[in-house]
Write a protein that binds this ligand. Structure first.
Ligand code: SAM
Length: 251
């Protein structure tokens, strides 16, 4: 999969993509990330790419011409999503990451200052994505979030595909708690079932913990989760416990 990222600060991406899973994915030619400095497309001899907002107000706005030229230089076909990272966009989630992972090529535009000229959004951008209801100073970190979340879903990028299957948000459930050595830490032993070697029992325990955590922390997700009869029975028992004012360990 190829990502083209338009940014004022290409160097910011070096550290993030030079380690771990992303680096391995690039070394193995599973992912290519091409960084384009918007300033290289400036029409101004000083390399300026921003200007005052029409109508007044604070801050600066990225001018449309350099962005347009940068996008034109990519010679895109009509199928490539052109994503503008923006607090006004649709909230990013695991389903969106999965949808994007099915594409061969994605272009991401990282804004700065007060944002970009609206006419680029109207004529070149195919979707706006937000990574959360807060405002960051630039679109670089949001772009990294999207690239990382999408790239790790591509076949071959994670060594063990089952780690994606069990992860939080897959099937709209949060992941069960994880334990490693030592057996006792801060006076708390690892749950016995995890040492039993009985995989059916372990899976059953994990499923329940996953349901419990999601029920306590993100009940909104449960509405979309694929639940079978025994899951629903367990959720009902959790509801009953709540009615009785009993403890909810994951709160
Ligand atoms: N004036 C804009 C507003 O109120 O919506 C905020 C601009 S922000 C300071 C600069 C850039 O950071 C934006 O153009 C966008 O690319 C990026 N950005 C900031 N917060 C973001 C978020 N939550 N999700 C995605 N991109 C974000």
């Amino acid at each position: 999969m190829r990502f083209d990222i338009l940014t004022l600060f290409p160097e910011m991406f070096d550290s993030v993509f030079s380690y771990g899973i992303m680096k391995r994915a690039m070394d193995n030619n599973l992912v290519s990330i091409n960084l384009h400095n918007i300033r290289d497309f400036s029409e101004d001899k000083f390399g300026r790419v921003d200007d005052y907002p029409y109508g007044g107000g604070p801050g600066m706005v990225l001018r449309p011409e350099p962005l347009y030229k940068a996008l034109k230089s990519l010679d895109l076909d009509g199928d490539t999503p052109v994503i503008y990272m923006s607090p006004s966009g649709t909230l990013f989630n695991q389903q969106k990451a999965r949808d994007l992972a099915a594409k061969e090529h994605i272009v991401i535009l990282a804004g700065h200052y007060e944002g970009i000229d609206e006419r680029i959004i109207m004529t070149c951008v195919t979707e706006e994505i937000s990574i959360g209801d807060y405002v960051l100073s630039g679109g670089e970190i949001p772009a990294m979030v999207v690239v990382d979340a999408v790239a790790r879903l591509l076949p071959g990028v994670l060594g063990n595909i089952t780690s994606v299957e069990d992860e939080s948000f897959n099937n709209y459930l949060l992941e069960y708690p994880q334990y490693t050595r030592p057996y006792v830490f801060n006076g708390i032993p690892v749950p016995e079932v995890l040492l039993s070697g009985n995989h059916a029992m372990i899976n059953n325990w994990r499923r329940k913990k996953s349901l419990e955590k999601t029920f306590c922390r993100r009940p909104d997700l449960l509405e979309k989760a694929l639940l079978d009869d025994s899951d629903n029975m367990y959720i009902n028992s959790l509801k009953q416990l709540r009615k009785e004012g009993k403890d909810e360990p994951h709160k």
